[in-house]
Design a protein around this ligand. Structure first.
Ligand code: C5J
Length: 232
């Protein structure tokens, strides 16, 4: 029996063999003091709070042999994949490509572009570098997922209303069945997070489903119990 998550707007069924956990941009540049997010004036502790839940989501994915994809918003050292408009936005004194406390901001290979210590990818997991907010823009993600037979995505990460929402909308338009794992995603602005959850599930799940991690854990536990042969 497939796990069925008690989700909004209605139950979400998925087969772990055809499901990927996509963790969006859990990078030092967004979560740590001195990073891009902090230099934009944000309180990074609002994002740090979801790290334990993200660890639990990764543990669940690994235990059930689901595909794991860690996305990373980062540019090449020459910024050839960074549109000038993105670099200029905000008129920051220390913006994308500039040297900040965590190295060059949002540049691949720099300390700030790396994942936070608690959420390091394991060998065999996919690290997907992306130049945009959405994980499908200018990456091979769609081809990679289709080649692996992935049809369902469990999505978490930061920030809910920017890279998480953009990725979920891109995935939805490409036909993937997406569940936003609510407590594994966060915004610097909690009311934006709450609004995105509502937007996703509105109108019959116009972008997909939403549920807390515990509901995903319960669904997997329930399916495993069903699969176990009854004691003689
Ligand atoms: C932002 C992201 N907020 N990962 N990036 O610039 O959401």
């Amino acid at each position: 029996m497939k796990p069925i998550v008690d989700a909004r707007p209605y139950p979400y069924a998925f087969d772990p063999a055809h499901t990927a956990v996509v963790l969006i941009d859990m990078q030092r540049d967004f979560l740590e003091p001195g990073g891009f997010g902090a230099m934009l004036g944000n309180d990074v502790t609002t994002l740090q709070r979801i790290v334990p839940a993200c660890q639990a989501l990764l543990a669940l994915a690994r235990a059930h042999e689901m595909r794991v994809i860690h996305t990373q918003e980062a540019h090449d050292a020459q910024l050839l994949d960074c549109p000038p408009s993105k670099r200029a936005r905000g008129g920051l004194s220390c913006g994308i490509g500039d040297v900040g406390p965590l190295g060059r901001v949002l540049v691949a290979g720099e300390p700030g572009a790396g994942f936070v210590a608690e959420l390091q990818p394991l060998p065999g997991e996919t690290v997907l570098r992306k130049p945009g907010k959405g994980a499908f823009h200018a990456t091979g993600l769609d081809a990679m997922l289709r080649a692996s037979g992935i049809t369902h995505l469990l999505i978490g990460g930061v920030t809910t209303e920017v890279c998480v929402q953009t990725t979920m909308r891109e995935a939805n338009d490409r036909g993937y069945e997406c569940l936003l794992v609510e407590d594994c995603a966060a915004s610097y602005f909690p009311h934006f997070h709450a609004a995105v959850v509502e937007m996703v599930v509105a109108q019959g799940g116009i972008v997909g489903w939403a549920a807390p991690l515990a509901a995903v854990q319960d669904a997997l536990r329930g399916a495993m119990q069903e699969a176990r042969p009854a004691a003689a």
